[in-house]
Design a binder for this molecule. Structure first.
Ligand code: GUN
Ligand code: FE
Length: 415
């Protein structure tokens, strides 16, 4: 089946590259992009056109790090550093998800809000609860979100949210057996080194290898955390080696934060194909720092963006993109390193995550469409006619769920 969208098409087909096409045509065959054209090719002349008029058609967002069971504490508890924040607020909030009715309500709303804000791809942490994790996957699937979800593993230093090692593995196996969703797949999720015993890490590493499962965790977020990891693993020179030791450091492993990853840690990421997920809002909120994103990219570390709710206070990835720019400017003022431009940060929030999941960068032919349509009608009236590049910049800064008129995920319209 052929679907044709017409409108102002704007995308970033490479890092730092912005392409605009006024009144262009985006042609889909069975939801897969056949091409982007300034004029409709004759072969499609008889096909109906979804005409978005003056609206902007942009790629949708990918959120490669967020904690679903922290959604209820969005905007709360920002007055403590990481380790105290986990104990005082986070573990208690996540424990509420032992209640599956509560999980259903919260996760349905979360999935809807993700789509409304234009996020169609995720790599997400659930809580330790198998049943709530399956509910989360079901609700994401229903809403039209695609990607990975992980039941969290945590068998030490986790207060009220702690599992035994046996429970953690048995529940992980039960969860994996029940995962049969089309667009939402399982991802192994040791919370972070301090909350997983060596035995648990070793068993998860074996499982990752045996079943070829992807892995996500946290790395080098906060100085107190890094010092603690050093105490727990005196045999490891650096934090990342605790993951490598157990087979969890492999191509496609997602490591959130990497605020304090130095040259050696970054080289290990580039060499292994481990991704850094930059979570600028969270890193400022709980006073962790700002990751050296520019250095990472220059040194060949793949980087994508994450909202990291509820360390991050914004679920909307458009705002996460803006916060990444802002954080990079603070860093630029301190270090002289160039800040992230709007097209660069937008690329990291859209194309980079798409590439992580095997999709295209921008509207590349041969890949299922992930897109949003932005209606600028609710923005302030400007003093003059704006170029498409200017309209793009304004849309990145101002868009919200009310100005996102439509969302396409995996070739289907989901809003
Ligand atoms: N490190 C371990 N758990 C967490 C978490 O829930 N949020 C953040 N930001 N860092 C963590
Ligand atoms: Fe996190």
């Amino acid at each position: 089946m052929v679907t044709i969208l017409r409108g102002n098409i704007i995308h970033t087909p490479a890092f730092g590259k912005l392409e605009t096409l006024a009144g262009g045509y985006l042609v889909l065959e069975d939801g897969v992009i056949a091409g982007v054209y300034p004029r409709l090719p004759e072969g499609y002349a008889a096909c109906p056109v979804e005409d978005w008029g003056e609206k902007l058609i942009l790629p949708s967002f990918a959120d490669l790090h967020l904690h679903a069971p922290q959604y209820p504490m969005l905007g709360m508890g920002m007055d403590l550093p990481l380790l105290d924040w986990l104990n005082a607020y986070t573990f208690k909030t996540e424990e509420r998800f032992a209640d599956t009715d509560y999980a259903r309500r919260v996760y349905r709303r979360l999935a809807e809000e993700l789509v409304a804000g234009g996020t169609t791809r995720v790599a997400m942490f659930s809580s330790r609860h198998t049943d709530a994790t399956l509910i989360l996957m079901e609700e994401l699937e229903r809403a039209g979100v695609t990607g990975y979800v992980g039941k969290v593993n945590m068998d030490r230093n986790s207060g009220v949210a702690q599992e035994t090692t046996e429970e953690s593995i048995a529940e992980t196996l039960r969860w994996l057996e029940s995962c049969h969703f089309d667009h939402i797949k399982p991802m192994l999720t040791p919370r972070f080194t301090p909350s997983c015993t060596d035995e648990l890490m070793a068993q998860l590493g074996r499982l990752a290898a045996e079943r070829d499962l992807p892995v996500q965790s946290h790395l080098s977020e906060n100085t107190g955390e890094i010092a603690w990891v050093k105490e727990l693993h005196p045999d490891c020179g650096q934090y990342w080696e605790t993951y490598r030791k157990y087979g969890l450091w492999k191509p496609g492993t997602l490591m959130a934060h990497c605020v304090y990853s130095d040259e050696r840690e970054r080289a290990a990421m580039a060499e292994a194909g481990v991704w850094a997920v930059h979570c600028a809002a969270s890193n400022v909120n709980i006073c962790s720092g700002t990751a050296p994103v520019r250095r990472m990219l220059e040194e060949g570390v793949p980087v994508a963006l994450g909202s990291d709710i509820a360390g991050g206070d914004q679920l909307a990835m458009s705002q996460v993109v803006v916060t990444s720019i802002r954080a990079s400017k603070v860093k630029a003022m301190e270090t002289g390193e160039p800040f992230l431009t709007v097209p660069e940060a937008f690329y990291l929030g859209t194309a980079a995550g798409s590439r992580y999941f095997g999709g295209g960068e921008g509207f590349a032919p041969g890949h299922a469409l992930h897109a949003i349509v932005v209606d600028e009608g609710v923005f302030p009236e400007s003093t003059r006619e704006l170029t498409l590049a200017e309209r793009f910049e304004r849309a990145v800064y101002l868009m919200d769920e009310y100005s996102i008129a439509a969302v396409y995920s995996e070739g289907r319209r989901v809003k």
